[in-house]
Structures are given as structure tokens and as C-alpha cells.
Design a binder for this molecule. Sequence first.
Ligand SMILES: *Cc1c(COP(=O)(O)O)cnc(C)c1O
Length: 360
Amino acid sequence: MNRVYNFSAGPSVLPESVLRTAASEMLDYQGSGQSVMEMSHRSKVYEGIINACESNLRQVMGIPDNYKVLFLQGGASSQFAMVPLNLMNRSRRADFVITGQWAKKAYAEAARYGEAHAVASSADRTFSYIPKLDPAAFDPQADYFHICLNNTIYGTKFPALPETGDVPLVADVSSCILSEPLDISRFGVLYAGAQKNMSCAGLTVVIIREDLIGNAMEITPTMFNYQTHAENGSMFNTPPCYAIYICKLVLDWLRDEMGGLEGMKAQNEKKAGMLYDFLDSSQLFRGTVEKESRSLMNIPFVTGDEALDKEFVSKAAAAGFVNLKGHRSVGGMRASIYNAMPVEGVEKLVDFMKAFEAAH
Ligand SMILES: *Cc1c(COP(=O)(O)O)cnc(C)c1O
């Protein structure tokens, strides 16, 4: 067996110990005689898995009791509609910070259901920074204020949360959830597609303050109403059973082997620090993001020469460092170094980049 170092932006690398446990339990989950893929979602044994997943997540993230955890499908992209359908119920207005493609999609989708207002944007410099926010531009009557906390494609992260007062802060945390501690009480809603930092594809996790549930627009499809899922323990219909099981294993790993979110943060800072330090000192490669806005998870970089970028990506792949090609809208390279990327993977990537630089 020969595993590569996988820098994919998503679906992405999973902890090897999680994959080993899943493999060992594939044919017979803990004496049940079945795979988790085969069992009824309403069975006692599956109930144990989904309940453990939720309680682990609550423990690891420190989720207060007045928040619901929902295990849904449809990806973060469905949340772009689900959030306005459920929350745009008073002034029917919401504020958005446009920091990249995902933020723009959330804004465009909300504009189909109400009045979406862009309070700031970093489109002028290809989303290479998080714009300074002027609270005077915030709508105090907005039904919510939306940010994409970590911008997967451009490699930026909000250095601080906006102060939105009584307006619920809603954040797409698809590519940074579980990477460091977050004060959940600052948010009305957090949502994430699980395939970046939590599990395999198929699961969408929503963490929502209870008082924001139950006021969906009349037109809201039953499956898009948070209340439907909150009242049924994410079991209104068949949940993404296997992805929830993998998520539970990832959370076990994070808690028991990585030291929870504090330990995870320390390791993530170490990994990102090694790569940024190299980029800052390199004569060939450079990062594309303003320093104060740098992401811990997604690190885009370029040589400045497209042909050389291409050569780097293909030589890196041949050496076992895969999925380093930048997003099609940006070009260059991007190393996604999610929780499950070991320190050693980044060390070896930096060594490879040094050797490539020396040869050019
Ligand atoms: C990947 C990603 C999405 C899209 O997620 P899907 O689950 O594919 O819908 C949205 N927002 C962010 C920040 C992402 O990284």
C-alpha cells in the first residue's frame, strides 16, 4: 500500500486511524453482524452512533444547550437557500460580506427570497484579503448577517468576528470547522459541508440557536425547514448514515489523539506556519494572500509563471503530493492542510518545494 499526501480542498484527507477503524468494522460493526451502511437508521445500534456523534461534537466544540445540532444533506450549498427561507422572516433583509465565490453564492441565493445587502467586498483584489468592516454600514434591522469564515478557494480567514449586536451572525464554516476553538455563542447559525474537515461527503452539519427555529417562510419545503429536522432528531427521513459514522470516528480521534480543538489549533498553526514561513522567504514561490487574512487551512501560492506552476503541480504529483493545483478561478497552486494532514506531510512538501526552487 502506498498512501499519498493529499492536499485536496474537498473531499479531503481523513485521519489514517479513522480509515483503519472503519475498515476493521466494515463487515461487522461491533458484533451487529452488519456494516454501518446496511443497518436501519432507526435501529438501536445506529441510534448509538448518531447520539455519540452529536454528543462528541457538543463536547469538542463546546456547543451550548440552547443550540440544536442537525445532521442534514444537500451540502453547504443547500444552506445558501435554507438560511434565508428560515431566517428572513421579519425585515426580510440580510447583510453579507463578499469574500469569495461561496460568500457570493450565499448572497445571490438569499436575494431570491428577500433583500440581500453587500456591506463589503474584496472582489477588487481577487478576494486576496478580508475587507475592513464599517459597523455603520450594518443594517440593525437585518434578519441575519452572513459571512464565510474561511474562504476555501482564496485562502483567507476572518481575523476577528464582526460585531453584529442583536443581529444573528450566520457563518459558513465548511473549511474551518474543528480547526480551532470557536465561541459558538457569538453565532446564530453555523453550517458546514462535512467533506472538508469532518467526514466524507454526504453530510451537512448545522448548529443553530433554538430561537431561530420555527419561523420559516410559508413557501419553505418541509425538508428545508430547520424545525422539521430539529423536532425529529435529524431522523425525519433517512440521514446520511455512513458519513455520520465517519464523523463520529473523526471526533473520537480529535478528542482522544489530538487534544481537542486546543491541540488541533496548535498543530494547525505549526503546519501553516511552516508553509507560510517558507513562502515568505522563497525566491520562487509566494503566497497570494495578505498576511492578516491568511487561512490556517487553505494556502494558495504561485511562482508567477504559469508554465512553471504547471510543471510544479505535475512533478509534485509524481512525487506523491497530490491535488496541489489551484482552483480553476485562481490558477497557481493551493495546499489544503486540513486537520487530518499530518505535520510530516507539510514538512515533506516544504522540502520538495525547496528542492524544486533550487533546481530552477
Ligand atoms: C466546499 C464549500 C462549499 C460547498 O459545499 P458543498 O457541500 O459542496 O455544497 C461552500 N462553502 C465553503 C466555504 C466551502 O468550502
